[in-house]
Design a protein around this ligand. Structure first.
Ligand code: OOG
Ligand code: MG
Length: 256
């Protein structure tokens, strides 16, 4: 087995069993960003062997608040599968994760293929609808600590997400107030403008990122634009609700 395939197996197993592992760069400091995307793709293949289907892409570290929280300041991306999507009304089961955190996001759903270098107008023309969302990120590395190649190899900490009500693609989401409450108390407050100045730029970046490796954002794909605030660590018993100006809210409860 090649080293990259071995790393993909380790990461996939860590995610599947919700068990923290050491950073891959501890033993292999020379993993490059492109090796890391290869590990990510090989580990997605293990999920696909178990019947999971890719349904989208998540962008990461598209806001300063997020970059500062994890100490990595490059935009990254990962893959979303059908089993990662959770339905509002269902509890989030804490024991299915290593150390989950939640963050407010904006979600796009794509209506025509998008790939490569595109303008914001072209990206918007490929959007079917836009929605408020929350992502649950869960690093498979101990203490949620990683370098850039580590986090990319770990599917950019993708683990689950909730999407709220879809709105028309022309809905202006460039600068909307966002409030994340935990048990009714404000925990994070921000604006969608924190996402690269306008979340549509995150979709432009997503098209470019997948285009770079010969892939495309496909019709029906969901694209998460990236956290607008720092992420909140989840504890059983918490009721999490994020309200988005003009878009409504998304909520869930954390169970054991
Ligand atoms: C990396 C994933 C970042 C976002 O929205 O910025 C991310 C992490 O914070 O673990 O999902
Ligand atoms: Mg995120």
């Amino acid at each position: 087995m090649s080293k990259l395939a071995e790393f993909a197996r380790i990461i996939d197993e860590a995610a599947r069993t919700a068990t923290a592992v050491p950073q891959l760069t501890d033993t292999q400091p020379d993993i490059t960003v492109s090796d890391a995307y290869e590990i990510q793709s090989l580990s997605l293949a293990h999920r696909q062997e178990r019947g999971e289907v890719q349904i989208g892409v998540k962008m990461g570290l598209t806001s300063r608040a997020k970059m500062l929280q994890v100490g990595v300041s490059e935009v990254i991306w990962g893959r979303l599968t059908n089993t990662m999507r959770l339905t509002e009304g269902h509890d989030l089961i804490r024991s299915h994760y290593v150390h989950p955190r939640v963050e407010p996001e904006i979600a796009y759903i794509i209506r025509k293929p998008l790939s490569g270098i595109v303008s914001a107008a072209e990206a918007l023309a490929a959007v079917e609808a836009v929605a408020p969302a929350m992502e649950i990120i869960d690093s498979r590395y101990r203490n949620f600590k990683f370098t850039l190649p580590d986090v990319i190899a770990d599917n950019s900490s993708s683990s689950s997400f909730f999407v709220g009500a879809w709105h028309k693609p022309e809905t202006d989401v460039s600068n909307l107030g966002i409030l994340l409450e935990v048990n009714g108390r404000p925990a994070q407050i921000g604006s969608s403008a924190a996402i690269l100045g306008n979340p549509i730029r995150s979709l432009v970046a997503a098209a470019r990122a997948v285009g770079d490796i010969g892939e495309s954002l496909e019709p029906g794909y969901i694209v998460l634009a990236g956290g607008a605030t720092a992420a909140h660590p989840l504890t059983p018993g918490e009721y999490i609700q994020t309200s988005f100006q003009h878009l409504g809210s998304v909520s869930f409860t954390v169970a054991n």
